[in-house]
Design a protein around this ligand. Structure first.
Ligand SMILES: C[S@@+](CC[C@H](N)C(=O)[O-])C[C@H]1O[C@@H](n2cnc3c(N)ncnc32)[C@H](O)[C@@H]1O
Ligand code: SF4
Length: 361
């Protein structure tokens, strides 16, 4: 039976362990390099992520401490190691997996995404020895002229020499049922555990290539591509009948509405200052005041408006004074002149992305 999960996705049999933790927002996203031996037309990586860069969630990694700090802030119970192809910087990837396992214990679940192009026995052995629990292969199925596909397919066989969960993870590309079906068969015959299928989405960098191939978004509000979900469902129905793999059809909505929100909520609990409210979506909501001379404004608020100092935070980096929402609303009414008051909502992430800004009259 194809069943609808509580996370706006679809599954056959049980969800892979990596997904179970991911949907609850419990997985640190560890991006170990943007380097990759492939050039998929649907590659979603932004320009900044295409270099040899390292991120733990949204936090640029400069030292091992950055990874630990980020995992602690979100109370991570596992990590998804991604890229690029994490095997393109194997020693770094191995070092980070080992670090996480040593810091958080054996039960900290680590899964990894790879093209398979570099998955030699020797390389896989290093990952296994570091403690990797689950590996997901995304070979170059949809590129008929691929020079890497054969190597990748041969390398996937190597993964079955180790005692970890092996699966596939591929995007659902409308019109490509046959290739997806053949890959499912191949994995099933080898004794793999699962095949994950991702609803195809466009990003700023792949939009042109996706449109040029005739694909279209499902609506103006969504990055999901028409026909991808239906094709994924068709594969799950076929797979249920014809293979013994588990399947998970991961939707754009799951990533947006569930996984991200859950991760933000976990993080918000540890990041929110006393004057910030944590919203349903896991964002931080509070009031701010902006003015050319912040020191002068601070003195005015404390000495003349008599706002208790513990309600105020002078954020020089962002050029503003932060405070509880209600205080900003009251002050906006009481203070005349050039001071600008707003209610803002920000992600609790390292980059503190601002998602809402309401000017107060
Ligand atoms: C973002 S990638 C990260 C790891 C690696 N770069 C890869 O492609 O395997 C993780 C998964 O996302 C999926 N994916 C790639 N491009 C996608 C897109 N444009 N829309 C939805 N899923 C995509 C693939 O199934 C891939 O296995
Ligand atoms: S394998 Fe992943 S990172 Fe590499 S080009 Fe394809 S989508 Fe991009």
């Amino acid at each position: 039976m194809v069943w609808e999960t509580p996370y706006f996705s679809y599954a056959v049999r049980e969800l892979p362990k990596g997904c179970q933790l991911c949907v609850r927002g419990e997985k640190l996203v560890l991006f170990t390099t943007g380097k990759c031996p492939r050039d998929c037309f649907y590659c979603p990586l932004s320009e900044t992520r295409r270099g040899d860069v390292v991120y733990a969630n949204e936090r640029p990694v400069k030292s091992l401490d950055d990874i630990i700090e980020e995992a602690l802030l979100m109370e991570a119970r596992g990590a998804g190691v991604t890229g690029g192809d994490p095997l393109a910087r194997l020693d770094r990837t191995v070092e980070y997996i080992r670090l996480l396992k040593e810091a958080f214990g054996e039960s900290f679940h680590v899964h990894l995404y790879t093209t398979g192009a570099l998955a030699t026995k020797k390389n896989l052995e290093k990952l296994y020895d570091a403690g990797l629990d689950e590996i997901r292969f995304h070979p170059d199925l949809f590129n008929p002229n691929s020079r890497l596909f054969k190597v990748e397919i041969e390398n996937i066989r190597n993964a079955f020499d180790f005692d970890w969960d092996v699966g596939g993870e591929i995007p659902s590309i409308p019109g490509q049922f046959e290739r997806m079906r053949r890959y499912a068969d191949f994995l099933d015959n080898l004794g793999a555990k699962f095949l994950n299928v991702n609803e195809l989405e466009f990003s700023e960098t792949n939009l042109r290539a996706i449109l040029d191939r005739g694909y279209r978004p499902i609506s103006d509000e969504s990055a999901a591509i028409k026909g991808s979900l239906e094709l994924g469902l068709r594969l799950l129905e076929w797979g249920e009948e014809n293979t013994s793999l588990s399947y998970h059809l991961c939707t754009a909505k799951l990533k947006d509405a569930v996984q991200l929100k859950n991760r933000l909520r976990r993080m918000a609990r540890n990041v929110a200052k006393p004057y910030m409210e944590i919203t349903e979506d896991g964002t931080l909501r509070f009031g701010i005041a902006e003015y050319d001379d912040l020191d002068e404004l601070y003195t005015l608020l404390v000495e003349e408006a008599e706002v208790p100092a513990e309600w105020l935070y002078l954020n020089r980096e962002k050029g503003r004074i932060e405070m509880p929402e209600e205080v900003a609303v009251e002050l906006a009414e009481a203070i005349e002149g050039d001071v600008r008051f707003f209610i803002v909502e920000e992600y609790p992430t390292f980059d503190r992305l601002e998602v809402e800004r309401i000017p107060l009259p």
